[in-house]
Write a protein that binds this ligand. Structure first.
Ligand code: ZN
Length: 169
């Protein structure tokens, strides 16, 4: 399903008439900003499906679905951890800033290029960036949580305290 690279550009109107779901992969080297905030090698891939549709409320929509994981550093133990990037989103495609005003509420917007095409790599990268946690932390099996079983705050050794008490008598 995601065995070939996804086309970078789609003519939005044509794709909308076509109406089919197109699937392929993007690699990290296609998304330099995402690459900057993640630890994935440039050859790592994420599966993307894209479908264009004119909705009942007359929005030119692009639906994206993702399948893959990003690698980020746990900010507690600094080990690499995987974050699930799977999920879907819908964007309203508009030609002009003015058209944004006319959209029904609640739509995320993607501004089409002058020729009416959409750069799916750019749109996907923006969405994926939102899915990268600001301060990623392991929720379980964090290296540092395990170590924290040894209380990091130094408690006085009870035997030393006892010795001190004895010595003071
Ligand atoms: Zn951790």
């Amino acid at each position: 399903m995601f065995d070939r690279p996804l086309n970078r550009r789609f003519d939005a109107r044509k794709a909308e008439r076509h109406g089919e779901t197109v699937s392929g992969f993007l690699s990290w080297q296609d998304m330099p900003e995402l690459a900057q905030v993640t630890e994935n090698p440039a050859t790592d891939r994420i599966g993307v499906s894209v479908r264009f549709e004119r909705t009942d409320d007359r929005v030119h929509a692009m639906h994206l679905a993702f399948d893959g994981t990003a690698k980020v550093l746990c900010q507690r133990c600094l080990e690499v951890m995987e974050v699930d990037m799977s999920g879907a989103c819908s964007l309203a495609l508009v030609m002009t800033e003015a058209a944004i005003e006319r959209l029904p509420d609640g739509w995320e917007v993607n501004l089409l290029d002058e020729d009416g095409s959409v750069d799916v790599y750019r749109a996907a990268q923006e969405e994926l960036l939102l899915r990268v946690p600001m301060v990623p932390k392991h929720t379980e099996n964090c290296g540092l949580i395990v170590n924290q079983d040894d209380d990091p705050v130094e408690k006085p050794n009870p035997f030393a305290v006892l010795a001190q008490l004895k010595g003071s008598k």
